[in-house]
Structures are given as structure tokens and as C-alpha cells.
Design a protein. Structure first.
Lengths: 232, 142
């Protein structure tokens, strides 16, 4: 059972998590209904807490499925109404440079998802799944020159290409200006993902292990988690 | 107007029912009356309600068969606002927004109820409610 301060903390955390989930919706929809959706979520959470004492996995699974399905539907609606080109540029705020970067990162991203899926299935994120690895290594993608291309070359190229729109407008602003970065969210996100994917080359066992253990145990045991994952 | 492939000699009851279901009120509507939208209209038929209240009323009216999350609820509300089936109500309450049925919403809801009523009357006349399979599954939402 929670005491009052713990309860408030849990509520704040769950609000923040739901606000993050709301980012999955197209911006105009979020601006119009986001606040109301958050209030409705808070009412649901309060009722769940009053009924069961805690807000559990079943509640969050329901919220997650509801959000993913309805966000997908809203994006589909925007594409149907505005067309793909306008959707990519205005809703996702991706310019042509970002689109090229996205295509370059896609092979590595898909491979990383397959690798993670295999790790989740075996229940150990700190070690690759031998079956998944055996299947993937049979494909031409694992031939060394091709492997080097999509694992190293493409992410570096994606970073360089995503930097172009940032560099083009950089003379107009005085650094450091966070608002400027907010105007180019596509570039910022793609550079972050590319850097993360490059880091994964070296830390492909350490990072999944770290994320998994932090999500399970929180930041309280960070030093012991780091030492555990170093051995992964 | 009859479709080209139906002549007056071979017209059936099914053809008539098919044409009747495409009444003018429905052909002008760009949103389909899914169970969710039907129950939202039902919940707003008696009074204006806010999001969470609609959600609870829909669950209660459908005996738990239709459950809405915030995403599904506001997706439906958005489409119903676009189609002018419902409208937001001006209130002093800052936290909540209330919604009410519009005249158009009330007309469409009423037509839908009449259609259900007609279907139920026909089913009763044909003694279909005695068929346990139909009573249990097909007619759950009616």
C-alpha cells in the first residue's frame, strides 16, 4: 500500500508517461484533445487506484494498446486528407535531408529491432539470441563489406546529411539556442538515433542490459547495474 | 432509383431492405455509426457529459461490451465534431469540456433507433428471438 507522498510521486510519474505517449499523435490533434485526454486518463487512473490500490500492468497495457491503435488511426487520417508529402513535411516535420537520413538508418534499425526481439524472447537482454544470430548471419547483410556499409558508413552519412539543414541556418542564430533545435526536431532525433546506433556497435550487449535493468530496478542501483552490464 | 442490375420483375425483399438502409440521412454522413459512436450518441441523448462521464456511461449502457480508452474516445469525438453530430458546451469549468448532441446528431440517432426498432419488430414477427444462436450472438448490440 502507498503512503500519500509515494502516491503523489506515482501519479506524477504516470502523468508524465502518458504525456510522453501523447507525443505519438499528430500535433494538431494533440493540441486540440491532448489536455482533455490527460484529464480523462487521470480520472481512469484514480478509479483504478481506488479499486485495486495500485495501477498495474493490465491497466497500462490497455492504455498502451488504445494509444498505439488510435495514434496509428489519426496518422492514417492525416495521410488520407493531406497526402504523404505534406504529412512527412508538416506533421512529422521531416525535410528532404531527414528523409534521406531516415532511409540510410532503416537497415540498421530493422536489424537492431530483430536482435532486440530475439533477446526479449530468450529473456536475457545482455546476450544475443543464438538462433536469431544464426539466421541473420546466413543473409548477405552479414558479408563484411556490406556489414561495414550499413553498420558504420550509413549512420555516419545520416549524421552528416542531418547536419546540413542545421548548418544552413546556423548563421542566423546566436548559440546556444535551444529554440533553434526545436525548429528542426527531425534532424535532432535522427542524429541522436544515428549516434546511438553507432554506440551500439561497441556497446551492443551493455546498452540493452543497462536499459533493461534500469527499467526494472530504477536509477537507485545504478553503480551495481553498470558493473553487472560491463560483464555482459 | 433502382440499381441497374435489378428489374421490377426480379426485385426481392433483400433489395428493398438494402435500399431502405441507405436513407438520405446516412448517405450524407462521412462517419460510420460504429457501436462506439452509437453508444456515445446514446450517452449524450439525455444530458451533456464530459469525456470520462461518456466513457463510464458507454460501458454501463453496453453492459461492459463496449469499453473506450481515452484514445478511442477522443478519436470518435473528433469525427463526431467534424460531422457536427455533437458540439462542445460552454461551461465555467476549466478542467473539463462537456459535449452535447446537435440537432443533426439527434436526428441521426433517432433514425438509427427507429431502424433498430423496425428490425427488432420484424425479428419478433418472424419468431427469430426463439432461435438461441441468434439471441446470444447476432443480436447482442440490438
Amino acid at each position: 500500500m502507498y503512503n500519500i507522498s509515494e502516491n503523489t510521486m506515482v501519479e506524477e510519474k504516470s502523468d508524465r508517461l502518458y504525456e510522453m505517449l501523447l507525443l505519438l499523435y499528430p500535433e494538431p490533434y494533440r493540441k486540440k484533445f491532448g489536455r482533455e485526454m490527460l484529464y480523462t486518463f487521470q480520472d481512469m487512473r484514480d478509479e483504478e487506484q481506488a479499486k485495486h490500490g495500485v495501477v498495474g500492468v493490465v491497466f497500462w497495457s490497455g492504455i498502451l494498446i488504445d494509444t498505439l491503435l488510435s495514434a496509428f488511426h489519426e496518422h492514417k487520417e492525416v495521410i488520407r486528407k493531406d497526402g504523404m508529402k505534406k504529412y512527412l513535411h508538416q506533421t512529422l516535420k521531416l525535410n528532404n535531408y531527414n528523409l534521406v537520413s531516415l532511409i540510410l538508418l532503416l537497415p540498421y534499425f530493422i536489424m537492431a529491432c530483430i536482435d532486440f526481439g530475439g533477446r526479449i524472447l530468450q529473456g536475457n537482454l545482455g546476450h544475443y539470441n543464438p538462433a536469431t544470430y544464426a539466421a541473420l548471419s546466413q543473409t548477405p547483410l552479414y558479408w563484411y563489406p556490406i556489414l561495414f556499409t550499413w553498420v558504420i558508413l550509413f549512420p555516419i552519412l545520416a549524421i552528416v546529411i542531418s547536419l546540413i539543414p542545421l548548418a544552413m541556418n546556423s548563421k542566423k542564430i546566436s548559440w546556444p539556442d535551444i529554440a533553434y533545435l526545436k525548429q528542426n526536431p527531425g534532424s535532432v532525433i535522427l542524429i541522436t538515433v544515428a549516434v546511438l546506433l553507432l554506440a551500439m556497435v561497441k556497446l551492443h550487449d551493455f546498452l540493452p542490459c543497462l536499459v533493461y535493468n534500469i527499467s526494472m530496478n530504477g536509477f537507485g542501483h545504478l553503480p551495481s547495474i553498470i558493473s553487472l552490464c560491463r560483464k555482459a | 432509383m433502382l440499381p441497374a442490375n435489378i428489374s421490377i420483375d426480379n426485385i426481392s425483399n433483400g433489395d428493398i431492405l438494402g435500399l431502405m438502409s441507405k436513407s438520405k440521412a446516412f448517405s450524407n454522413l462521412n462517419v460510420s455509426l460504429t457501436p462506439q459512436i452509437f453508444y456515445i450518441l446514446l450517452s449524450l441523448a439525455t444530458k451533456s457529459r464530459h469525456g470520462y462521464d461518456i466513457m463510464k456511461q458507454v460501458e454501463s449502457d453496453s453492459q461492459g461490451n463496449v469499453k473506450l480508452g481515452p484514445g478511442t474516445l477522443y478519436g470518435a469525438i473528433k469525427r463526431m465534431l467534424e460531422e457536427e453530430l455533437i458540439a462542445a458546451v460552454e461551461t465555467n469549468e476549466a478542467r473539463r469540456k462537456y459535449y452535447k448532441l446537435t440537432e443533426k446528431g439527434r436526428t441521426i440517432f433517432s433514425s438509427e433507433l427507429q431502424r433498430y426498432n423496425g428490425a427488432v419488430a420484424l425479428a419478433k414477427k418472424r419468431n427469430l428471438f426463439t432461435n438461441p444462436k441468434l439471441t446470444k450472438t447476432t443480436l447482442t448490440h440490438v
